[in-house]
Design a protein around this ligand. Structure first.
Ligand code: COA
Length: 127
């Protein structure tokens, strides 16, 4: 599946995340966004409304970064959350990506912690 290819390339191959952890049981309950360039899936992200508006798995293939696609994925997830009247959005952000999310209005609301062996913080925003 196209989404899995992006996540496999970005999280499993580039960031060494365990595939068992990457492709978890929440996937089938989430709403997924995928951006295509022609036939190629290049960016993705997911929203878990049953987990109180949890965003996750935001990934853009390396060659397509810094072109606004990550922001596009987030905006589409946010628009869907608003449609469904989610009161807030939150997620665990890799610390290197904090400035990316801050530009979208999210704020850090936790200490740093490890997830999949990668430093993370929790971030959130009211809808
Ligand atoms: N640090 C600081 N600023 C960043 C940034 C970073 N790592 N990544 C993007 N930005 C900025 C851009 O410069 C841009 O700023 P501007 O509006 O002033 O021009 C804005 O954030 C939007 O950037 P965009 O081009 O939409 O981001 P992207 O398509 O490169 O996607 C990620 C950003 C984090 C999703 C992408 O780098 C990625 O997939 N990384 C690997 C996977 C990952 O770590 N995902 C996050 C898991 S929490």
């Amino acid at each position: 599946m196209a989404i899995d290819e992006v996540r496999d390339e970005v999280f499993v191959l580039e960031q060494n995340v365990d595939p068992e952890e990457e492709f978890d049981e929440r996937d089938r309950f989430c709403t997924h966004v995928v951006v295509y360039n022609g036939d190629i899936a290049v960016a993705t992200g997911r929203l878990d409304l049953e987990k109180d508006g949890k965003i996750g798995r935001v990934a853009v293939r390396k060659d397509y970064r810094q072109q606004g696609l990550g922001r596009l994925v987030m905006q589409r997830l946010e628009a869907f959350a608003m449609e469904k009247s989610a009161p807030r959005l939150w997620f665990h952000a890799q610390t290197h990506a904090v400035p990316f999310y801050e530009k979208l209005g999210y704020r850090v609301c936790s200490e740093e912690f490890l997830e999949a062996n990668i430093p993370h913080v929790q971030m959130e925003k009211d809808c």
